[in-house]
Every structure is written in C-alpha cells, then in structure tokens.
Design a protein around this ligand. Sequence first.
Ligand SMILES: Nc1ncnc2c1ncn2[C@@H]1O[C@H](COP(=O)(O)OP(=O)(O)O)[C@@H](O)[C@H]1O
Ligand SMILES: [Mg+2]
Length: 253
Amino acid sequence: MTGKQQPRLEAAGITKMFGGIRALNDISLEVLPKQIVGIIGPNGAGKTTTFNVITGAYRPSTGEVRLDGKAVTAEPSHLIARAGISRTFQNIRLFGDMTVWEHLLVAQPHSDFTLRRLLPTRWADPQAFRRAEEILEFLKLADVKDRIARSLPYGIQRRVEIARAISARPKLLLLDEPVAGMNHDEADDIRRLILTLRDSGLSILLIDHDMAFVMNLCDYLYVLDFGVMIAQGRPDQIRSNPVVLDAYLGHAT
Ligand SMILES: Nc1ncnc2c1ncn2[C@@H]1O[C@H](COP(=O)(O)OP(=O)(O)O)[C@@H](O)[C@H]1O
Ligand SMILES: [Mg+2]
C-alpha cells in the first residue's frame, strides 16, 4: 500500500447558513477506518449542525460529504443510514411506547420503515432475533428488554439509543454528547463501550464538551468555535493549544 488511507468519512468545505447566520463556515474533517474522532467546542459552536449535515437532516449551503469516497451530500437521511452512517441524538429520541427489545428489532437493516407494523416480520426472523439478543447482552440491556424504553432512567435510555444505532450495522457511528448528564462511572462504561465498538471495526465521530472525556478516548480532535474550525490535532496537541484554551475559557461553558 502506498499513499494515504481512504477515509471512511470526509466532510469537505461545509458551509451551512440559517437565514443570515453562518452556523458552519467552510469546515472540513475526516474520520479514518477504526478511528475515534472527537468534535469539541463551546455551546452553539455548530457541532450538532455538523452531524445534521453529515446525516442528511440538513442540506449544506456549500461543500460535500463522502462516505468511503462516495458523495452522499444531502441525500435523504434513510439512504445515508442505509449507506452506513448511524447516529444518536443530543436530546434522546426514542420510539413512542416501544420496548427496548422492539427498538432493537425494528432498527436492523433491510427495513423500509421503522414502525411497529414491521415487527410481525421481525418476530419471525431468527437472524434479527439473534442479532437483537447479542446487542442486548453487549449493551447490558438484557434486564430491561421488555420495558418501555422511554420509561427508563436517563443513562439507560442513552444506552438504548446506542444499541438502536448499532442495530443498523453502521460503518460509522455518530454520537452527540453520549455522556451528557452521566456520572463518572456511567461515563466510563460508555467510554469502554466506544473502545469495544471501535475494536469491532466501527469508525466513531463523537461530540462532547467534556475535555477530559474526549482527551482520554479520541485519536484525533477537531475544535469548533462560532462555526469555524479553530484547531485540529491529536489530544496532546489540542490540550496545550492556546487558541483552544481561549475559546473554552472565553465562553465559560
Ligand atoms: N434549524 C436551525 N435553524 C436556525 N438556526 C439553527 C438551527 N440549528 C442550529 N442553529 C444555530 O446554529 C448554531 C449552532 O448550533 P448547534 O450546531 O446546535 O451547536 P452545538 O451543537 O455546537 O451546541 C447556533 O447558533 C444555533 O442557534
Ligand atoms: Mg449540540
């Protein structure tokens, strides 16, 4: 092999305007296969907007998003999901009154819709069943499999969202503040889970503003501030970057 490794994800020259507001200003980033990459930055910096552009929820004003070298820019979200990008949400979004187990069945691939009417076919599919059981074990959700997901404690709901996201068998997982509101032990569980997911072959792009958490976990970091990518590098390079410290101290998030 010569040359550079083909990135799993590339976002190139992304600008996103909301009316007159430039939420993202010509930002570029990439995630290599099996890499854990973090996006950090103060509140309102444009982190979630970046995820919304990557997943097709928003059409960028300019720029391109590529998965394994193929442009997916502004394709419908369900096609981007099928191409291999799954996400979790900063504000947890679980399905109505469905149980944990039902979430894991409906989120598996080859479904054209994720509604309860899909379930009868899923109940009869031993492969979907086995996969859901594996994920239940993996995410330590077996004890709550028959509970309505939205009735569970917050930290467990976050795990259900991750479980649903990986049920779709993504190549790239986007996690928007996966440890927000968690205590130290819960956050450390998620940190180890993310490492295991990477070891299983996934690429991960995650957002957080807990510097210690991302520094301990990520191979590479991007720093956004007011829609501008103000720094990028390995955690040890970012930690000592005065521009980054200034952005954080300046905003006091
Ligand atoms: N749908 C939208 N319409 C208008 N403005 C938006 C919309 N989504 C995000 N913004 C604005 O874009 C900026 C970045 O927001 P966001 O990406 O949510 O920041 P972060 O996730 O870094 O906290 C903010 O000023 C926010 O108000
Ligand atoms: Mg956000």
